[in-house]
Design a protein around this ligand. Structure first.
Ligand SMILES: Cc1cc2nc3c(=O)[nH]c(=O)nc-3n(C[C@H](O)[C@H](O)[C@H](O)COP(=O)(O)OP(=O)(O)OC[C@H]3O[C@@H](n4cnc5c(N)ncnc54)[C@H](O)[C@@H]3O)c2cc1C
Length: 448
């Protein structure tokens, strides 16, 4: 593998405002460990600190190609939520109601477990629990979202309900809202602060962390030998926590592909601007599309908005983090939602990043083939903030080969449909994206 697949991308609001960050040193020697974790995002740091919690005697090393939080975990929309894949209705359609019910239970615990971790370990990450709105912006979306509410209520989840146009506008005042699904179970965090606070937790528990250390090759016999530009690791077991970058490893090549989502952040809104918009409770908002728009107000009153157009890259390329057309779309969407901001608010940050997509749009984690010494996690799509933490616990159970209720989750050890090689891969992903866009157009054709 080349050591140069990691572009220097535009920094997210979270990374750019993080302040002084002290990376851990690069690996420059040979070390021997029980478990090597590759990847310093939420999945990697959570697995590393959970492993040490479960067995403090384990010798665990975590290696990150750039700095902790470089990937999706330092760039995301900051929503830690219960949603899996493209939402409740789509998940039920693709995988069935039983799958949705089991997945939703896992995700409820993922959100609650993350909140407990943040509180118990005093992880400084600006966490709030403000409630989630899925806002309908056309009559067609009202039907779609109300269908999702009924679906979840019929499955026994009665904390998800429909609120009227008046009620949603009292929360966030956009005249585009026609009603919304409300779910109280949502955390908003500062993702760069969280992932780096978890790195520090891992360090406190005794994990060796190496940053600016891209893994170049991995061989597996008799033990794992992991090479990096200036060092190497011998490990009994390996965790691939490399998400949208996983296809760079031959062992993981067909399990997932990266797709790219884009975000913008405004300057701090003035009191007058806020007076127009309301949003006093800081709810997280998504719309009803397949290729959702997602947005929130930060503690210092900037709007952070992402979603809409999704980027794809050819083969192993990870150069999809910037897209002027996508950022323009997001600015226009922001002004469409809140016309009072037009011309008066500056966009201060524009960024993007890869998320991991499996062929059937479902998360997958488990053993790599028959070899119980190596585990992986991919396919959280745009909803991996809470999930990656619960997955970190499940990966811990898999590595320790211990039974747990977590392993009954349908994401664990599924049959993963392989992505085909190029050019079929691009054709398949493009067709899937085209279908999702077409359906969004159909639901939006009544937009004025
Ligand atoms: C712009 C954006 C917005 C999003 N918004 C949300 C949201 O609001 N809510 C939500 O739930 N989810 C969201 N997601 C998805 C969520 O961020 C991810 O699912 C989650 O962060 C995945 O964590 P991870 O640790 O698995 O992967 P990552 O954070 O991507 O970490 C993988 C790490 O592996 C490292 N790595 C890769 N290859 C190597 C190598 N060879 N050697 C060493 N290290 C390597 C990478 O540098 C990277 O740091 C968003 C994603 C993006 C991109």
């Amino acid at each position: 593998m080349s050591t140069q697949p990691f572009p220097d991308s535009p920094l997210s609001l979270w990374l750019e405002t993080f302040g002084d960050y002290q990376p851990q040193p690069e690996l420059k020697e040979h070390i021997t460990v029980d478990v090597a974790v590759i990847g310093g995002g939420f999945t990697g740091v959570a697995t590393a600190h959970e492993l040490k919690k479960a067995d403090p005697a384990l010798n665990v090393a975590l290696v990150e190609a750039k700095t902790v939080g470089y990937g999706a975990s330092g760039r995301n929309g900051s929503f830690a939520m219960t949603v899996v894949g493209l939402g409740f209705g789509v998940t039920a359609m693709l995988r069935g109601k039983d799958y949705l019910q089991r997945a939703h239970r896992y995700m409820m615990q993922a959100v609650d477990g993350l909140e407990e971790l943040i509180r118990t370990e005093s992880l400084n990450c600006d966490m709030i629990r403000p409630g989630f709105l899925r806002a309908a912006t056309t009559p067609a979306y009202i039907k779609r979202i109300q269908h999702d509410v009924k679906l979840m209520n019929d499955l026994g989840f009665d904390d998800i309900y429909w609120i009227s146009q008046d009620e949603v506008r009292q929360k966030v005042n956009s005249d585009k809202y026609l009603g919304a699904m409300y779910e109280p179970r949502l955390l908003l965090i500062n993702p760069a602060k969280l992932v780096r606070a978890e790195r520090d937790l891992a360090l406190r528990r005794g994990v060796q962390v190496y940053e600016n250390t891209p893994v170049v090759t991995i061989t597996s016999t008799p033990k794992f030998t992991i090479t990096t530009p200036r060092g190497s690791i011998t490990a009994e077991k390996v965790v691939f926590a490399t998400n949208g970058y996983s296809h760079l490893f031959p062992q993981m090549k067909r399990k997932q592909i990266p797709a790219f989502t884009y975000m913008i952040a405004t300057e701090q809104l003035s009191d007058e601007q806020l007076a127009d918009i309301g949003w006093q409770n800081y709810e997280g908002v998504e719309d009803g599309r397949n290729l959702i728009h997602y947005y929130r107000l930060t503690p210092d009153n900037r709007i952070v908005l992402g979603g809409g157009p999704v980027g794809l890259t050819w083969g192993n390329s990870l150069y999809g983090d910037s897209d002027e057309a996508a950022w323009k779309h997001l600015e226009e969407h922001l002004m469409w939602l809140f016309p009072s901001l037009k011309k008066h608010v500056k966009i201060t940050h524009r960024w993007g990043g890869p998320f991991s997509v499996t062929v059937n749009l479902s998360p997958a984690l488990g053993y790599i083939g028959a070899d119980k010494r190596a585990v992986y996690s991919v396919g959280c799509i745009g909803h991996g903030v809470s999930m990656s933490h619960r997955n970190g616990q499940a990966l811990t159970d898999l590595i320790l080969e211990r039974e747990s209720e977590l392993l009954e989750c349908p994401f664990v050890n599924p049959t993963v449909i392989p992505w085909p090689p190029e050019p079929l891969r691009m054709m398949t992903a493009g067709a899937l994206r085209g279908y999702l866009q077409l359906e969004d157009w159909w639901y939006e054709r009544e937009i004025s």
